[in-house]
Design a binder for this molecule. Structure first.
Ligand SMILES: [Zn+2]
Length: 712
């Protein structure tokens, strides 16, 4: 079309209001047989970005279009047509205007993309006195005054509620003149909601990923317009051929007919999802950002990952990229979609997870200039897991002071995240800006790996993120510090070690109940605590949950290697007991191995194997406490390098003079060290009780055993 001619035509009629364009020059757009009207908006419309996924961007497909999408975003501005590319801007009309124009969303022409650089989809409003809507397209003449506004107050409420609660969803399938949506109503209801037993659906995956905080339910019942909707799916018939149309025209026709049947499409449902009949190739789906509509190309209405992705746009999530490619972060649903019915089971990367706010009681924003942060990070899958560290975080946000903040999460590969294909069980590091912003996957760290950010943010210092180790498969210990204050030697007022979180000595604690509480107390020191207080006089409420020891590692060369870390949460863990009296027990809220001294001829003991390959010296750390004890009784820490034939004492712990002398007191043993023959693959260590008497009723407990090997 001759665009300049149209603009001048529009300029000429723009002084009038609601002009009927039937008298416009026929040369403008060929035949005028349709009743085409040029209209002026009466109310500001709301700007909405649409994110479109093209088939060339599916899964592993390569191609320049992906790069174009990432780099050619509206942040780059330029005079790109608003119809081009994967991201486009439309304006959602208010109801009066919608009824006059006949559609909810109108695209633009005649205004440069760069004008929309700073809009916030779903929030920023647009009004232009000179703009005209002709055939459902908004033409903004050159030089026309344009006003941007905001419906932020109402939308801010909307935004928080958008990611939480029960949402009513309407899925619409359509029969056109030449084709119809392949899946029938029953199939669609099953794919979206699991109505007939599908276990990996839009509904199931959001429920699982949000731990029940976001529930997409099928609309059920009679609508205002009288249409009865069963299991969330509506059938419409449209009077057009799909093959010769573009996808927006088909979607407009479906919306219009659905709106007529239900009596108001946008007021009765939280989300409307259109399943277009096949016939237009090359695209997968598109989602309206911070809005209610998403549109799918026929069989992609059966792809769980596509639904979750497009609804993610509705919820205000932008893409998850990596290495300059818009979708290449395959650690979450805002990367690629997959042409699969039920998979992959995965959730969102840490930046998106933070934005969704489902775990805001277990996420933290830290400013690294406040000091070292050390703590436990768990996967989203373990958000509700009762036996992980109750202070663990699902996301740690690191404020950078510049455009992009860092987000750290443990990409635990299990349950609803069990099919994640990038960085499973690694520590994810992702950067993202504020608001609707693409994220960039920077690293997946394995245990003991670090990632350094040189001249981080505006600090001119180098920030280190370290995956220190695991407390269990589900718990990653993470340290975040500047390299002028390396963990663990330098812990400067760690926010994680704030006094409010410091433990109370058990002697001051209330008398423990006879049966242990089901939930561990939240009071516990952090991993940083021991280095702050080298003399550990006070026991902690959960010694098993942390590294309590001064491990000296000045260089990576002789850095201790963790050989075992046993917290006795699952029975006695790696320790073996024979037919004797050691058993797992919760004592003073702490998981322990309980030793009952009974007969001098049948001493309680437990042992475990350690592989000393690459190790010449062993450091053993643990806590112990005696419930009752007689002078001379106690226990020994021993090791064997001949498969248990003989045992060598590493240290004796004798109650009474010269030994420990208080009952009901947690004692810490740090770095009890013994030398071993280097490389012994199958050495053993054991704890064994000591008593000279028979019928002793003495009892002691061992907790939090942690063994390191050092190559000297
Ligand atoms: Zn997308």
């Amino acid at each position: 079309m001759k665009f300049t001619a149209l603009v001048s035509f529009l300029a000429s009629i723009s002084l009038r209001y609601g002009v009927n364009a039937n008298d416009s020059p026929a040369a403008l757009r060929g035949s005028m047989e349709n009743n085409r009207r040029a209209l002026r908006m009466q109310h500001p419309c709301t700007l909405i970005s649409i994110e479109t996924q093209l088939e060339s961007e599916l899964e592993e497909n390569s191609g320049s279009s992906r790069d174009r999408m990432y780099n050619g975003s509206r942040r780059n501005g330029g005079a790109r047509s608003l119809y081009d590319g994967a991201e486009q801007i439309v304006c959602e009309l208010q109801e009066d205007d919608r009824m006059a124009v006949g559609k909810f969303f109108v695209p633009f022409s005649g205004i440069e993309f760069s004008k929309f650089l700073n809009i916030k989809s779903g929030v920023t409003t647009f009004m232009s006195e000179g703009a005209m809507i002709l055939d459902g397209v908004m033409f903004v003449p050159d030089g026309a005054a344009v006003e941007f506004g905001s419906n932020e107050p109402s939308n801010r409420r909307l935004e928080t509620s958008r990611t939480h609660g029960i949402k009513k969803v309407l899925v619409v399938r359509a029969d056109a003149k030449d084709s119809g949506t392949t899946a029938d109503k029953k199939t669609l209801s099953d794919k979206f909601f699991g109505t007939y037993g599908d276990t990996a659906t839009l509904k199931s995956q959001y429920l699982a990923c949000s731990h029940g905080k976001l529930d997409f339910q099928p609309f059920q019942g009679t609508t205002i317009g009288g249409a009865y909707i069963e299991n969330g799916v509506l059938d419409v018939t449209i009077d057009m051929k799909v093959a010769s149309a573009n996808r927006y025209d088909v979607a407009d026709a479906i919306e219009d007919e659905a709106d007529r049947l239900v009596g108001g499409l946008r007021d009765q449902f939280d989300h409307v999802m259109l399943c277009l009949p096949p016939g237009i190739d090359g695209w997968i789906a598109y989602g309206y950002v911070n809005s209610w509509l998403s549109v799918y190309n026929d069989h992609y209405c059966k792809s769980m990952s596509t639904m979750v992705h497009e609804i993610g746009h509705n919820l205000g999530l932008a893409h998850s990229g990596k290495d300059g490619s818009a979708y290449a972060d395959k650690s979450g649903m805002m990367g690629y979609s997959y042409n699969l019915d039920d998979g992959p089971l995965q959730c969102f990367n840490p930046a998106k997870t933070y934005q969704l706010g489902w775990f805001d009681d277990k996420q933290i924003e830290i400013d690294p200039t406040d000091g070292t942060w050390v703590g436990t990070v768990i996967g989203a899958a373990d958000y509700a897991n009762a036996i992980v560290d109750p202070n663990a975080k699902v996301v740690v946000k690191i404020k950078s002071g510049d455009d992009n903040d860092l987000y750290i999460g443990y990409n635990r590969k299990k349950s609803m995240n069990s099919e994640v294909s990038l960085g499973g069980d690694l520590l994810s590091i992702v950067e993202q800006g504020e608001g609707y912003s693409k994220s960039n996957y920077l690293a997946g760290l394995s245990e003991e790996e670090t990632k350094t950010f040189y001249k981080f943010g505006d600090t001119n210092k180098n920030l280190v993120v370290e995956f220190v180790g695991r407390n269990s498969d589900d718990e990653a210990i993470v340290a975040i510090y500047f390299d002028d204050c390396v963990f663990p030697e330098c812990i400067a007022r760690s926010p994680a070690a704030s006094p409010t979180e410091a433990p109370q000595p058990p002697t001051q604690a209330p008398v423990p109940p006879t049966s242990p509480p089901s939930r561990q107390p939240t009071l516990r020191p952090t991993t940083a605590e021991p280095t702050l207080a080298p003399v550990i006089a006070k026991p902690t409420s959960r010694p098993t949950r942390k590294r309590m020891y001064n491990i000296s590692y000045n260089s990576s060369r002789n850095r201790p290697k963790e050989l075992l870390n046993e917290s006795f949460r699952a029975d006695l863990g790696v320790f073996n007991v024979g037919a004797n009296q050691v058993k797992q027990n919760v004592y003073q809220w702490i998981n322990t191995a309980k030793f009952e001294l009974k007969e001098s001829s049948n001493l309680p003991s437990m042992y475990t194997n350690v592989n000393l390959y690459g190790t010449s010296s062993v450091q053993v750390n643990f806590w112990y406490n005696a419930e009752t004890m007689q002078n001379g009784e106690g226990f020994k820490l021993q090791y064997s390098t001949n498969y248990g034939s003989t045992w060598t004492d590493a240290r004796n712990f004798v109650f009474g003079e010269g030994g420990f002398d208080q009952i009901e007191k947690w004692n810490s043993v740090k770095s009890e060290t013994f030398e071993v023959t280097q490389g012994m693959p199958n050495a053993q260590i054991r704890f064994v009780g000591e008593t000279e008497t028979n019928n002793s009723d003495s009892v002691f407990y061992i907790a939090g055993v942690n063994v390191y090997g050092v190559m000297q």
